[in-house]
Structure formats: C-alpha cells, structure tokens
Design a binder for this molecule. Structure first.
Ligand SMILES: C[S@@+](CC[C@H](N)C(=O)[O-])C[C@H]1O[C@@H](n2cnc3c(N)ncnc32)[C@H](O)[C@@H]1O
Length: 166
C-alpha cells in the first residue's frame, strides 16, 4: 500500500483524469497539429498560445504519472522541480512520491493564474499541499524565482512540461 493506491489520492486522480478528458477549448479546436507544435515552441508566441489553452489540462498519462512516482521513489528524491503545473496531475504524482519517501519539497511553476488556483485546491484535496511551493509566473524569466533557492542544482528529479530529467 502507498499513497497512489489509497484515499484520498486514488479517487481524486480518477475524478481529475475524467475532468481532463472532458475539457475542451474552442480557441484551439480547429488548429492543425503542426501549428500547435509551432506555437508551443515559438519563442515569442508561446505565452499567448498557452493563454488560449488555459482550459485544457494537457496532463501526463497515468502510465507517465506512475513512472514519475517510481523515478522519484527509486531516487529517494527529497527535492523536485517542475516546470508547468497545469492543473496539478503530475504534481500530485511527484508529491505522492515525496510523501512516501518520508517528506520533501516540490517547487512547481505555472503562468496561468486560474490553473494555479485549481492546482492548489487539487493538492489540498490530495492531502499533499504541505510539500508544495507554487511559483506563479513565467519560468523562463529569472523573476519567476523558480531557482532562487538553488533547488534546480540539487534536485533529484526535474520535470519540464512533460519531459523528465533525473
Ligand atoms: C503540458 S502542460 C503540463 C501538464 C502537467 N505537467 C500535468 O501533467 O498535469 C504545460 C503547462 O505549462 C505551462 N507553461 C508553459 N510554459 C511555461 C512557462 N514558461 N512558465 C510557466 N508555465 C508554463 C502551461 O500554461 C501549461 O499549463
């Protein structure tokens, strides 16, 4: 038994994945995949584009979430840095690993205020909020303070969007 398989985490995740699946965004519905990719990686248009995606969760899959959990568990992670909280699904998996490692600190960043508000509530609902430090703002800017504490240099797991470095 671990945090992933027990209440409140397991039923919360079921509910959040259902919500994520049902979410739609008319603002991007007609955009071809190639255009989405271009905007997401554009140095000048990414902020505006993610603003249009603010209702979409864009979460890791359950399998990737479990992989994140296992990576953080097997590395006995105590410090984790995440870029791109969205509604907090990956954050929940990583925080669950910290809890099962005996505690720790997860710094996560997101520039959409409405997403930060909802993610915070999801972490409260999951009973994991005490492990989380939210940094609201553009993680690409120094002013976001994502690494003010030097955490990036000493973390065991870093999640960039949905890409992991360990
Ligand atoms: C792919 S989603 C992250 C999904 C999340 N990791 C999960 O599994 O639930 C990427 C998120 O990063 C945010 N984002 C993108 N670029 C960012 C930046 N430079 N600074 C802060 N947040 C950013 C977007 O608003 C979006 O919510």
């Amino acid at each position: 038994m671990n945090t992933l398989t027990t209440t409140p985490f397991a039923p919360l995740l079921d509910r959040l994945f259902e919500e994520a699946e049902a979410a739609t965004s008319p603002a991007v519905a007609g955009l071809p995949e190639s255009e989405r990719e271009r905007l997401m990686h554009s140095k000048t248009e990414y902020r505006d584009f993610y603003g249009r995606l603010k209702d979409l969760w864009l979460p890791v899959s359950r399998q990737t979430g479990e992989l994140l959990y296992m990576l953080a568990r097997s590395g006995r992670a105590k410090t984790i840095v995440e870029f791109g909280t969205s509604f907090g699904i990956s954050t929940l998996y990583l925080a669950a690993a910290l809890r099962d490692n005996g505690g720790g600190h997860l710094i996560t960043s997101e520039f959409e205020t409405s997403k930060v508000v909802r993610a915070r509530q999801n972490l409260v609902d999951g009973g994991l909020i005490d492990l989380i430090e939210f940094r609201e703002g553009d993680a690409k800017r120094k002013s976001s303070g994502v690494d003010r504490s030097g955490a990036l240099g000493r973390c065991e797991v870093a999640l960039y969007g949905n890409l992991v470095a360990g």
